[in-house]
Design a protein around this ligand. Structure first.
Ligand SMILES: [Zn+2]
Length: 157
């Protein structure tokens, strides 16, 4: 399957970018909002009014303040192995299920901020980077629209 945003051929998942639902590769999915199918779809149960009130573009930028470093899943996996921990043991230490650890290490699941903090602490690694360090973001106003989603994607490749 092809990513509808960057055209990369990979294991794509449904996600929302700027309010548009499309199939996204893991790289592009980080810039959008993943549609979770297994968790009972809490987003769909939200009152429509509440969803309209929240500007979607702003949410995207908020998520970009701190980004997971590239190869974060391998980073976690390698750090865990270095510590001699099994997925079960790591999961126990940070209070997550083994299957969650497995999904995170496979890159199938983006860990929540809470889990990121716990993983960083437990494994002694850094998983997030400040995106604002990029010159194009720090010099201009973020809402100026000088930076498109495409710019973010290109920079990663
Ligand atoms: Zn993509």
């Amino acid at each position: 399957m092809q990513c509808e945003l960057c055209g990369r051929d990979c294991d794509c998942r449904p996600g929302i970018v700027d309010g548009v639902r499309m199939m996204l590769c893991p790289g592009c999915l980080r810039h959008g909002q993943e549609i979770k199918s297994s968790s009972g779809a809490p987003a769909a149960q939200k009152p429509i009014l509440e969803r309209i009130k929240r500007p979607k573009v702003k949410d995207v930028y908020k998520d970009m303040d701190k980004e997971l470093v590239s190869g974060w899943n391998d980073l976690i996996k390698n750090a865990r192995k270095k510590k001699g921990l099994s997925r079960e043991e790591l999961g126990f230490k940070i209070g997550e299920r083994t299957v969650t650890i497995q999904k995170i290490e496979n890159g199938d699941l983006r860990p929540s901020d809470k889990v990121i903090v716990k993983l960083e602490k437990e494994l002694g690694i850094t998983l997030v980077e400040e995106v604002s360090s990029a010159p194009s973001v720090s010099t201009g106003s973020r809402s100026g629209g000088g930076l498109t989603l495409g710019d973010f994607i290109k920079r990663e490749e």
